[in-house]
Design a protein around this ligand. Sequence first.
Ligand code: ADP
Ligand code: MG
Ligand code: ZN
Length: 477
Amino acid sequence: MKYETVIGLEVHVQLDTNSKAFCGCSTEFGAPANTHTCPVCLGMPGSLPVLNEKFLKHSIRVALAIDCTVANFIKFDRKHYFYPDLPKDYQISQYDKPLASNGYLDINLDGQTKRIRILRAHMEEDAGKLIHTPTASLVDYNRTGTPLLEIVTEPDLSSADETYAYLTQLKSILEYLEVSDCDMEKGSLRCDANVSIRPVGQKELGTKTELKNMNSFKGVRDALNYEIKRQEKQLDSGNPIIQETRLWDEAKQKTFSMRTKEEAHDYRYFPDPDLVPFTVDSLTIENIRKDLPELPQAKKVRLTAEYALSNYDAAVISADKHLGLYFEQAAKQYNNPKHICNWLMGDIMNYLNTNNIPAIKLKDLLPAKKLTAMLELIDQDIISGKIAKKIFPEIIATGKEASAIIKEQNLSQISDTSELESIIRQVIAENDTVVEEFKSGKDKALMFLVGQVMRKTRGKANPQMVNAIIKEQISSS
Ligand code: ADP
Ligand code: MG
Ligand code: ZN
């Protein structure tokens, strides 16, 4: 049977605030266990929560950036469940009146744009962390009460790759907004993926499973691909899909059943009587909207218009806020944006990825001015592109200017005609057969001869000149 895949995501974003959602405790990551706690986040009787204003403002910022309608009426509910990482035995969340609803996010995949609808986004607090040792389970309440925004999509995603694109796009927006560090490994961004399959053509949705415990975007993609195959096998062999929560096991590359899914009524939701509902006036919301920065999509469009970048190049450059900033910094000092872009998307990104360096560090490693100075040397034929590729990691490692490295290592390009002519004469003399091949019309032969000259000059010969001189010497011989 042929199936199609349906995926909906619940993404939890930890918002960057100094203090927790409803108390004054610090949200600092990595502090000694249970040092950032107080009667409120520990759920002591008689303590009272107070909403952190920055939590609300950051949440509205995100909601507007993903084109949601922001509710003027703010209300919090208690979601009950019993687990050792939750000292109050309920989580403050929003149930029937979420902060935001009816948004969307456009994703780009294989040159196509697809709109993913966002059902809702609501504010809630995080639980603590359990640490399991061979002899005991320990609990750390430092994270308890940290502000989260949960962003829930409609079941509009149809593949693991689309899901990956959605997460990448969402992360990119959150980074532009400066509301979260989006570090999935630290848990600042967590994603539960709901997935079902149905025979092609069927209208009703299939039974879904909910996947948890993925700690990278790649993990989400792998877990979904695994789970889709598992569901297909299940249906093909005549077994039903059970609605359940399944955990992704990164080491085994498999999902395992954790529990059958609870229903909303199991949570005994009710309005939190300690947090009085209130209204946010539209002016406040509009002021937050005015304050939104340029977002990746808009930046992409601007880069294509202002710098004549291709759609693809502009998308890559604008996807990472810091790469985009770097590009524009460099383009201010040097007027061949395409040349900058090629370097950014080629050797520089390669260098960052290989060394696992985030783009925010680039401006310190290789100030834009140093890059453009090197590009100018290429333009002036002082060095070849090949030499530039070779010395660019050295510029980063030593902090020296390209020109200094070239001088030290005697790398400047040989553009001296007489010097090149004598080397080429030598190469021609040593390669009779290849020269004959070239005369009989084989273009490859020329490439070989150029290669030989490059070898003798350790890559320093000016390739255009080498080409011209070889042709000239052969034709006049
Ligand atoms: P639950 O009550 O189980 O939490 P929700 O209706 O709140 O389910 O939906 C949670 C997420 O699951 C949403 O992102 C939604 O789009 C997605 N979803 C709902 N039904 C399906 C389905 N049959 N297949 C895939 N995803 C689904
Ligand atoms: Mg739900
Ligand atoms: Zn506290």
